[in-house]
Design a protein around this ligand. Structure first.
Ligand code: ADP
Ligand code: F6P
Length: 506
C-alpha cells in the first residue's frame, strides 16, 4: 500500500466526515456540519490536535480531494450510489442498527449488503493506512466500521488501534441473529482496545466472543486464540460526553439568552415550554412521547397556550423504509393532536423537521422548562447532557428514559420507562409541577456530573486505555474512588427506579 506524502500520529476514522458536502441547485458547493452525536463529540476533541479524519463526505459519487478544515486533515472516502444504498442505508442502518437497538423494528438481511459493507470497510482501512504515520494511534468509530480494525492490523502491525461504539452492543441472543456475526467479532478483535458506552455493552461483547467464537476471556480481556501467548484485547466502558465548557459559554452569551427569550415570546410565553430534540429515529421513542402528551391534552392536564410542546425532529436516513414510515406516523399524530387541541395562535405541538445552528439549539435548551428524552434504546443521548449544560441558571427539568446510556450518569433526572405510557404521563407532570427548589437541586447535581466528565476527559480516558491495553492504566486513588462512588450511585438509582415498579393504572 502506498503512503501519502503527509502522515499523522493520530488518525480518526468515522463513517462521516465532520462536514457534509452539499451541492445546491445551481451546482454551487457548500459544507454543512454532519448530523449526530459522533460529530458533536469528536469535533471538539480534535480541536487543537494535529490529526487526520477519514470519512465519507455525505454524497454519492467521487470523493472531494483531501483538504484541511479547522486544522484537521480531512481525507474523504468515496461511496458509489449503490454503496450508499447497500453499505450505509442497507447493512449499517437496516441490518446492524435494528439488531443493536433491541430489534425495535425487524432487521433485514441481504448477502449483497454485507459484501458492500466489507468492500467499503476495506476502502476505509486503505485510506487509514495511507495517512497513518509509523506507530500512529488509529481511532475507529462506530458500527459502520467494525471490520476496519482487523483490516488495518493486517497491513500495519506498527499502529495502535482503538474502536469506540457510539451505540449499544446487543446481548448475545440478539447479536447471534446476524449471519456474519463471526466476521464482525473477528473484525473488532483486530483492535488493541474496544470502548463502549455502558458496562453492559462491553460485557455483551466479551460474552459474544466467548460463546460464538469459543475464545478464552478473563474479566474484560479476550484472547484472540486459544494459544497461551495469544494477543489480548481489552473491552471496557468509557461513556461519551460533550464539550461542557464550549457549550456553557455559548449558552451564557447575551445573544443566546436574548434568542431564548424571543422563542418563548413567539410561543405566547407559556407557563411551561416542553421540548423534544431527536434525529427522527424509531429508537428515540418520539411516538411514545407524543402518545403520552396526547393523553395529557385529552385529560386537560396540559393545554396550550399554558403548556406548549416543541418537537425538533432532525431529518435522518430518509431513504430507509422504517424511517419513512416513522415520519408519516409522527406527522399524522402531530397533525391530529393540533387539529383536536390547538387553537389559532396556540398549537398543542410545534413540530420542526429541520437542522439548526448550534446557537439556535442552545437557545432552545435555555428556553425549555422541561426536556423530554424518551428513547427505547440509545447508546448515550448527548441531547440530555447538552440540556443540562445550558442550564447554568439552575432552571429546567429533565425527563429521561432508563434505556438511554445517559440514565447511568444523570440519576437526578425524572426517570421514566417510555413503554409505560401512564408512568410517562405521571413523570412529565412531575417534571412540570415539582417545586423549583427541588428541580434546582437536581439540575445542580447533573451539571456537576457533566462538567466533571466532559468530552475531553472521555477522549483522554479512551486514549489512555488504548495506550495501556490490554492492561488497565494506573488511576489515581481519587479517580478510582470517584469511579466506585459513581458505580454505587448508578446501582442504587437502578434499584430505586425498578423498585417503584410500573405506574400503569389497573
Ligand atoms: P444521535 O447520535 O443518535 O443523533 P445524540 O443525542 O447523542 O443522538 O446526538 C445528537 C446530536 O445532534 C446532538 O449534539 C444534538 O444537539 C444534535 N442535533 C439534534 N437535532 C439537531 C437539529 N435539528 N439541528 C442541529 N443539531 C441537532
Ligand atoms: O452513533 C450513532 C450514529 O449513527 C453516528 O454514527 C452518527 O453520527 C449519527 O448516528 C447520525 O447518523 P447518520 O450518520 O446515519 O446520519
Amino acid at each position: 500500500m502506498s503512503r501519502a506524502h503527509k502522515t499523522f500520529d493520530l488518525v480518526i476514522a468515522a463513517n462521516r466526515l465532520p462536514v457534509d458536502r452539499v451541492e445546491g441547485p445551481d451546482g454551487e458547493v457548500s459544507w454543512r456540519t454532519s448530523p449526530g452525536g459522533l460529530v458533536t463529540a469528536m469535533e471538539s476533541v480534535m480541536k487543537g490536535r494535529e490529526g487526520a479524519w477519514v470519512g465519507w463526505a455525505g454524497e454519492a459519487g467521487e470523493a472531494p480531494e483531501p483538504f484541511t478544515a479547522d486544522e484537521i486533515h480531512l481525507r474523504p472516502v468515496p461511496l458509489s450510489a449503490a454503496e450508499v444504498a447497500h453499505y450505509y442505508e442497507g447493512f449499517a442502518n437496516d441490518t446492524l442498527w435494528p439488531i443493536y437497538h433491541d430489534v425495535i423494528v425487524n432487521a433485514t438481511f441481504h448477502r449483497y449488503w454485507f459484501t458492500a459493507y466489507e468492500r467499503v470497510n476495506r476502502r476505509f482501512a486503505e485510506a487509514i493506512c495511507e495517512v497513518a504515520a509509523e506507530g500512529a494511534t488509529v481511532w475507529v468509530h462506530d458500527y459502520q466500521l467494525q471490520l476496519v480494525p482487523e483490516m488495518v492490523r493486517e497491513h500495519r502491525p506498527d499502529v495502535r488501534i482503538g474502536w469506540f461504539n457510539h451505540i449499544p452492543f446487543p446481548p448475545v441472543e440478539l447479536f447471534a441473529q446476524l449471519p456474519w456475526r463471526r466476521r464482525v467479532l473477528e473484525g473488532l478483535l483486530g483492535a488493541d482496545y474496544l470502548g463502549f458506552q455502558r458496562v453492559a455493552d462491553a460485557q455483551n461483547f466479551v460474552r459474544a466472543c466467548r460463546q460464538l467464537l469459543g475464545l478464552p476471556t478473563r474479566g474484560d480481556v479476550v484472547s484472540v486464540s486459544r494459544d497461551d501467548d495469544a494477543r489480548r484485547v481489552r473491552a471496557s466502558a468509557v461513556p461519551i460526553s460533550i464539550d461542557f465548557k464550549g457549550l456553557d459559554e455559548l449558552a451564557r452569551q447575551p445573544e443566546t439568552q436574548a434568542r431564548a427569550k424571543e422563542i418563548r415570546e413567539s410561543l405566547g410565553n407559556p407557563e411551561t415550554l416542553l421540548l423534544g430534540v431527536d434525529r427522527l429515529d424509531y429508537t428515540k421513542g418520539i411516538g411514545h412521547r407524543i402518545k403520552a402528551y396526547g393523553e395529557l391534552l385529552e385529560e386537560d392536564q396540559v393545554a396550550p397556550p399554558r403548556e406548549v410542546f416543541v418537537q425538533v425532529a432532525t431529518p435522518s436516513r430518509e431513504r430507509v423504509a422504517a424511517y419513512r414510515e416513522l415520519r408519516l406516523e409522527i406527522e399524522r399524530e402531530v397533525g391530529r393532536l393540533n387539529g383536536e387541541y390547538g387553537r389559532i395562535g396556540a398549537q398543542a405541538i410545534q413540530y420542526l423537521h429541520h437542522s439548526y445552528p448550534r446557537q439556535e439549539m442552545a437557545a432552545l435548551f435555555v428556553a425549555a422548562d422541561v426536556l423530554v428524552v424518551t428513547p427505547l434504546r440509545d447508546g448515550m443521548n448527548l441531547v440530555a447532557k447538552e440540556y443540562v449544560t445550558c442550564r447554568h441558571d439552575g432552571g429546567g427539568a429533565l425527563v429521561l428514559s432508563e434505556f438511554a446510556g445517559a440514565f447511568h450518569e444523570l440519576h437526578q433526572a425524572f426517570i421514566c420507562n417510555p413503554h409505560d405510557i401512564e408512568g410517562l404521563k405521571q413523570t412529565i407532570m412531575a417534571a412540570i409541577v415539582t417545586p423549583e427548589k427541588e428541580k434546582r437541586r437536581r439540575m445542580k447535581a447533573m451539571r456537576r456530573r457533566v462538567s466533571d466528565h466532559d468530552v475531553q476527559r472521555w477522549a483522554a480516558r479512551f486514549l489512555d486505555n488504548l495506550a495501556h491495553a490490554p492492561e488497565r492504566p494506573e488511576r489515581s486513588t481519587s479517580e478510582r474512588e470517584a469511579d466506585e462512588a459513581h458505580a454505587a450511585a448508578d446501582r442504587r438509582a437502578r434499584e430505586l427506579h425498578h423498585a417503584r415498579g410500573p405506574r400503569t393504572k389497573h
